[in-house]
Each structure stands twice: as structure tokens, then as C-alpha cells.
Design a protein around this ligand. Structure first.
Ligand code: ADP
Length: 475
């Protein structure tokens, strides 16, 4: 843990194990922090706030820029740490480190653009001035699926705004968090400004974060169930909240789309990170006339994806994060099979040879999925592509919107009018039109409905860490 500028053990001396999901072996032990540790970390962040908020935006920009440079310098080391504790193939890990670093660079630039405004008053003897100031101490909770970028996407804008931070990373991936903190401190973030609490049981830490009066803002990325609970606790204490939660992305292939291009896109985005992404397609709606060509191309491509350790450069499918994740995928696939879905590819656990020690599930394609099946509504977070045929545009739009989630949606069409109708009609925060990667540090990321509150990245990303202050001046 890192509190008030010092690397510390847990007061109890307790630790927990970080597991390599490709082998099931322990990599390292890290401190198992408790509620007291969270409290000390919040005190440190609170004590450091005035000074940090009082630095110039230019200074904070410089620190973040140095952190960006250091992260790029250490890309390979960070990527290897990530592959070891999280499982994704090394190439994907390198891409994530770059994406994570991009938030440091973007927010180092945005720090300098925290503009206020003057507003005409209805009174001749009055002037209005609006300032944006840092909210104060930020408590951040991050997930394991993108263990570097989900940290920089929160800590970058918080620091740029002049906030101080306490972070609790996911229990599966604390080693990436430790590396990110090393980089930030070497870049010149002062003692107390960033604090890291690792813990096996997140619950008491979350309780401290949402009830301690010194915390002014909670930012969370993770499951909808936990986000809802934390947002509720934080709201009861009037803390500002941002949540980036689950998704159930539709991927719609219209009859005018190129089915081969669409299938290639589906393969790349669906199986990215072994399906463990909140923007991963969960329902592939394919026009009946294209279903055969699409399925055949997808199966041909996915059938060639090799599962195994992410350190093997020929591997495209890493392990799932733990045994429970494999069980969940197996349960959804078994339920779909029992209710009549056809297994085009996969549909089973991978336990042969070296894979036996890890948490692997075969890349899977299901055909004939319908709304009676669990997979149709529940987020999968695994390597399963369920194909659902449809016939007309109206039907596709209403099927796609028929979910309580609203994060990402994908559309394949060559009809410009249809592209616009879909862009406007889909109730999701991020829409990819013939595009599977609608995400960058400069672009607002976030969901509607049960997928969350607020946006990360972009101009909006720093606004989440700023308060608006009005000055009325009699002259
Ligand atoms: P997932 O199912 O993807 O692991 P979670 O929402 O459980 O998603 O985890 C995301 C983050 O939320 C992790 O850092 C985890 O430790 C944290 N978390 C889980 N449960 C709680 C809780 N009750 N209070 C605070 N944080 C929690």
C-alpha cells in the first residue's frame, strides 16, 4: 500500500495472494488493508489537498506529462505485469498500457483548459464570475479487466483538476496499480496526493469511502450491482458520484452491410480480452439474409484463435480472471443449449494439458439465441458470441434497446440514412458505426441507464472532478 508518500504493510501484517489466471499459481503477496488503512489514506489525501489544489495547472500538467513519458518508457514492463496477473495476451497488454498512458497525456493538456466564464447580470452594478475548482478528496475503485487504463482514466483527470486521491484497485490486479503508483510518484506527485489501499475484502473499504466526510467524490468502475450499492451509500452522504458499469452491447449487421467485414469486426471486438470488457458485444443481431455468410466467416476466424498463456505471442485468447468467471460462462452457455441454441463453435471449458491449471473457456459461437435464455439479458464477460437473426430495421432497433443496460452498441450498414437513424435511436452512450473501437482518451466514454453515471475521458472527464463556483460582485 502507499499512504502519505510511504510504501506500507497492513497494520495486521496480513497479505493476500495475486494469482496468475493462466496457471492458477501465486505470483506475489500484497498487503491486505482494512478500513483503518482506508481511513489513514483519506486523512493523508485530505491533508495534502490544499497545497496540491494550490499548485498551478501548468505544474500539474508537467507532472502528468512526466508520468506519461515514464509509462511509455516502461510499457514492456507494465504489459508483462498485466499479462501475468490479468491474463490478456502481451500484444493486448501493450495496447492497454498505451491507452492508459494516453489519459495521462490528454489530462495533462486539459489541466490548462479549466476555463471559467463571466455572465451578464440583470443588475447594472453586479458582475458574475464562474470558477471551476477541484472537488476535493476523490475515492476511486477500479476493476481488474483493464488494470492500468481504468486507473489513469480516473487518477489523470483528478490530479489535473487539483484533487487528491485514494485508490482501491481490484483484488485480482493490485500489481499493475502498484506500478502505476511508482510512475506517478517518480513523476513528482507529492506525498499524500495519491494513496493506494490494496485489500482482499473490498466491502469495508467501500463503506469508508462512501461515509467518510472528508471524501467529496466517489468514482467507480465495475459491476452494476456493486455500483448501485456504492452510489446509494455515497448519495446518502451527498458525495458526487461517477460510475462506469456493466453493459450488454448489441452488434447489428444490416442486410446492406458487408458480412465479411462485419464478421471480422465482431471477432475482433467480441473476443478482445476474452470477452471481459464492458463494451463487449453480448447480442449479435444479424439480418436473416446475411446470417449464414456472417456466421461462417466468424466461425472460420474464431476457430483459428489459439487459447493459452498470454506470454505466448501466438495466443489470442487468454484465460478468464478466475474459476467463478468460467463457471458463469459455462452456466450461460449450458442454459442456452438446454433452451435450444445451436453451438456453432466451442461451448465447453478448456482443460487439456497446460490449460488445465488455468481458467480457460473455449471461444464460442451460439446460433438461434432468444430472449428466454439467460445470456440474452445477463452480461456474459466471456468469449461467447450469441447470434440472433432479425428481419427489419425497426425490429432490430427495438430489440437492441430492450435492455436495462446502455453502454456500447455497434452497427454495420452502408446506408447513410440508416446509420444516422441508428446513431440517434440507440439508447447507448457509445455507438460504433462500422467501427469496433469507438474509444480514445479524447472521446467521452460512459453509459446510459444501468450502465452508469457520468463520462470519462474527453473534456467531460475532467469536469467530473470540478465544482462550479459562482461569484456575484457588487461594483
Ligand atoms: P467484477 O464482477 O467485474 O469483479 P465488481 O464490481 O465486483 O466487478 O468489482 C469491481 C471493483 O469493485 C473491484 O475493485 C472490487 O474490489 C470492488 N468491489 C466489489 N464489491 C465491493 C463492495 N461491496 N464495496 C466496495 N467495492 C467493491
Amino acid at each position: 500500500m502507499f499512504i502519505q508518500g510511504a510504501w506500507t504493510e497492513a497494520a495486521s501484517g496480513k497479505t493476500f495472494s495475486v494469482i496468475n489466471p493462466a496457471t492458477g499459481e501465486t505470483i506475489k503477496e500484497v498487503p491486505d488493508g482494512d478500513r483503518e488503512a482506508a481511513k489513514r489514506a483519506i486523512d493523508a489525501a485530505h491533508g495534502a489537498f490544499r497545497d496540491w489544489a494550490g499548485t498551478t495547472a501548468y505544474h500539474r500538467a508537467e507532472v502528468l506529462r512526466r508520468a506519461y513519458d515514464l509509462m511509455i518508457e516502461r510499457k514492456e514492463h507494465l504489459a508483462r505485469t498485466m499479462t501475468e496477473e490479468q491474463g490478456k495476451p502481451l500484444r493486448a497488454a501493450r495496447t492497454e498500457v498505451q491507452y492508459g498512458a494516453d489519459f495521462l497525456l490528454w489530462f495533462s493538456e486539459e489541466a490548462k483548459r479549466n476555463y471559467g466564464e463571466t455572465i451578464p447580470s440583470p443588475r447594472a452594478d453586479q458582475r458574475f464570475i464562474v470558477l471551476h475548482q477541484p472537488v476535493g478528496v476523490v475515492a476511486a475503485i477500479t476493476p481488474w479487466n483493464y488494470p492500468v487504463s481504468m486507473i489513469t482514466r480516473k487518477v489523470g483527470p483528478a490530479l489535473a483538476a487539483g484533487c487528491t486521491v485514494v485508490l482501491k484497485p481490484a483484488e485480482a490486479t493490485p500489481l499493475c496499480a502498484i506500478e502505476v503508483f511508482r510512475i506517478l510518484t517518480e513523476a513528482g506527485v507529492p506525498d499524500g496526493v495519491i494513496n493506494l489501499v490494496t485489500a482482499l475484502d473490498p466491502k469495508p473499504i467501500g463503506e469508508e469511502f462512501t461515509t467518510n466526510p472528508k471524501v467529496r467524490k466517489l468514482t467507480f468502475t465495475g459491476s452494476t450491482a456493486v455500483g448501485r450499492m456504492l452510489a446509494g451509500q455515497a448519495a446518502a452522504n451527498m458525495k458526487r458520484v461517477s460510475c462506469e458499469l456493466g453493459g450488454h452491447a448489441p452488434f447489428i449487421v444490416f442486410k446492406d452491410a458487408d458480412p465479411v467485414h462485419a464478421a471480422k469486426g465482431a471477432q475482433l471486438v467480441k473476443f478482445l480480452n476474452t470477452g471481459q470488457a464492458c463494451i463487449s458485444p453480448n447480442r449479435l443481431y444479424v439480418h436473416s439474409s446475411q446470417a449464414d455468410a456472417f456466421t461462417e466467416t466468424l466461425a472460420g476466424r474464431v476457430g483459428k484463435m489459439k487459447a493459452g498463456s498470454g506470454f505466448d505471442e501466438s495466443v489470442a485468447i487468454g484465460p478468464l480472471v478466475n474459476a467463478a468467471a468460467v463457471d458463469k460462462v459455462a452456466r450461460q452457455v449450458d442454459d442456452a443449449k438446454a433452451k435450444g441454441a445451436d453451438v456453432v463453435l466451442g461451448g465447453h471449458r478448456l482443460t487439456e494439458g497446460a490449460l488445465g491449471g488455468g481458467f480457460f473457456y473455449a471461444p464460442t459461437i451460439l446460433h438461434g439465441v432468444n430472449d428466454t435464455m439467460e445470456i440474452y439479458r445477463e452480461e456474459t464477460f466471456g468469449p461467447v458470441a450469441p447470434i440472433i437473426p432479425f428481419d427489419d430495421e425497426e425490429e432490430a432497433l427495438s430489440l437492441a434497446n430492450d435492455t436495462h443496460y446502455g453502454l456500447a452498441a455497434y452497427v454495420y450498414t452502408r446506408d447513410i440514412g440508416r446509420a444516422f437513424r441508428m446513431f440517434e435511436g440507440l439508447d447507448f452512450g457509445i455507438i460504433g458505426i462500422n467501427d469496433i473501437n469507438p474509444s480514445a482518451a479524447a472521446a467521452p466514454f460512459g453509459g446510459m441507464k444501468d450502465s452508469g453515471l457520468g463520462r470519462e475521458g474527453a473534456r467531460e472527464g475532467i469536469a467530473e472532478y470540478l465544482e462550479t463556483k459562482l461569484g456575484g460582485f457588487s461594483i
